[in-house]
Ligand binder design. Structure first.
Ligand code: FE
Length: 175
């Protein structure tokens, strides 16, 4: 009985480990040593280091707070069921259950996956008062939060597609 349980735990650990590895290589993160969909501990990596690791367009958004043009990203119009991760570090950020059809041209969610999946910071750039949303693990810029979302939170997490990796549900069994 105990032996079966230990084997079960070992199997789960190995499966979870190889799944994280698969996601890393699927999304082109082979050269990113910080990428993990299971490790939620905070990481501090310099911009100089990120610049060596991240694709140019992701670096511009994640580390220099650039914004992708509306209606151009991969996920603004997607309603596939699954999970969204930070494209820089792999941190789990949103579930598709909290995604809603927004006309703004960026993927929009009414709540993060966990309360500390993301952090917030005042942003008074470009003559506007906004609240910036950052990855809770690596501080990557994700987008902004507004108060015009749907119930139950009435929040709109307005995210850049490029800052997100998407993994559809049941993709583990599909592999
Ligand atoms: Fe991150």
């Amino acid at each position: 009985m105990v032996k079966t349980m230990i084997l079960g735990v070992l199997f789960t650990m190995i499966t979870a480990g190889s799944y994280a590895q698969n996601l890393r290589s699927d999304k082109g993160h082979e050269n990113n040593p910080y990428y993990s969909t299971t490790d939620t501990s905070k990481i501090q990596v310099s911009n100089a280091e990120w610049k060596k690791i991240l694709p140019k367009d992701l670096y511009a958004v994640a580390r220099e707070k650039d914004t992708e043009r509306p209606f151009t990203g991969k996920y603004w119009n997607s309603d596939t069921r699954g999970s969204y991760y930070c494209a820089a570090c792999g941190n789990a950020l949103f579930k598709s259950d909290a995604k809603f059809a927004s006309s703004c041209g960026w993927p929009s969610f009414y709540e993060p996956l966990r309360e500390n999946s993301v952090t917030y910071q005042e942003d008074n750039s470009i003559g506007m008062q906004r609240i910036e949303v950052l990855c809770g693990r690596c501080d990557a810029h994700l987008g902004h939060i507004f108060n015009d979302g749907p119930p139950p939170t009435n929040k709109r997490f307005c995210m850049n597609s490029i800052s997100l990796d998407f993994e559809p549900d049941n993709s583990v069994t599909a592999k």
